[in-house]
Design a protein around this ligand. Structure first.
Ligand SMILES: [Fe+2]
Length: 295
């Protein structure tokens, strides 16, 4: 038996504020598989269970686009039923459009999600909400009927106004298409094809932007961007293959799924981002027994 004793407990810190980021659910109608192979709803149910099983209760959930595979009413109805356990647990769930979504169907299918804008609107879905001390600012990068994204002067102007109004608070910007090249060639071809440089200049003028969080890539990627960190998150089901050959074919894999846990630490005033696996696993097991490291 190793005689090493357990380390002293660290000083008690104030509770973090936890923003969970899910993305790229690609929900199909009940009984339909994505790409004829993936039961995205089964995977999403496991992800919801994993969020609800977090040791620290989340304060809000944001889903950064590609909620459904084809933007159909039956797909959104299925999604509404599947996020109900999160909402029943008291978690606000913020929905964002991706290139697989349909803004009008989103607004019709989620009438209680008033931040989506008026039911009859066809405008971009952009909103800013409070998550504890954090300000979550969601911008819409989608172009109807296109896989690639874009940010025009109007959407960027709205963002800058929101950021100017939140200079005294930590801000998280959420968007579907990442504003940087990922080196996964077939995804970069359908990335954010305009507005990325202008966005980076705006972010650089607002030092309180803690993160730019994105979807679309079905992988975890982190880059430096405008003086902050920009990242993407894995999906709950299929992931895009990690292949940096610019001519690599577009392909997916069933690597272990995961999600992002963005935790604001008020003691250090930093956003700490974890990658949390979806599913259930062996453990937890203790490192120590009676204060002694287990041999
Ligand atoms: Fe996607």
């Amino acid at each position: 038996m190793n005689a090493m004793t357990a380390p002293a407990d660290p000083p008690v810190a104030a509770d973090p504020t936890i923003l969970v980021q899910l993305t790229d659910l690609h929900i199909r109608e009940p009984g339909r598989l994505a790409y004829r192979r993936v039961d995205t709803s089964r995977y999403f149910r496991a992800l919801v269970d994993s969020v609800l099983a977090l040791k620290q209760r989340a304060d809000a959930v944001v889903i950064s686009g590609d909620l459904t595979d084809f933007g159909r009413p039956a797909e959104y109805a299925s999604l509404a039923a599947q996020i109900a356990p999160l909402e029943a647990a008291g978690l606000p769930v913020y929905l964002m459009p991706g290139n697989h979504d349909d803004r009008a169907e989103m607004r019709r299918s989620f009438p209680t999600h008033t931040y989506l804008g008026h039911r009859a609107s066809t405008a971009a879905i952009q909103f800013a909400v409070d998550v504890g001390p954090l300000r979550l600012v969601a911008i819409d990068t989608c172009v109807p009927m296109q896989s690639a994204g874009a940010l025009d002067a109007e959407r960027l102007g709205w963002l800058e106004t929101e950021l100017d109004a939140s200079r005294d608070r930590p801000v998280v910007i959420a968007m579907h298409h990442p504003p940087f090249q990922t080196l996964i060639g077939h995804m970069d071809k359908i990335g954010l094809l305009s507005g990325a440089a202008e966005l980076e200049a705006i972010v650089a003028r607002h030092r309180n932007v803690e993160r730019v969080i994105c979807g679309h890539l079905h992988r975890a990627i982190d880059v430096r961007f405008g003086g902050t960190i920009a990242s993407t998150a894995p999906g709950p089901a299929h992931q895009v293959c990690l292949d940096l050959d610019p001519d690599a074919v577009s392909a997916w894999t069933l690597e272990p799924p995961a999600f992002r846990v963005h935790a604001w630490n008020p003691a250090e005033r930093r956003l700490v981002t974890h990658l949390a696996a979806s599913g259930s696993f062996e453990g937890p097991y203790p490192f120590y027994e009676n204060g002694v490291l287990i041999d």
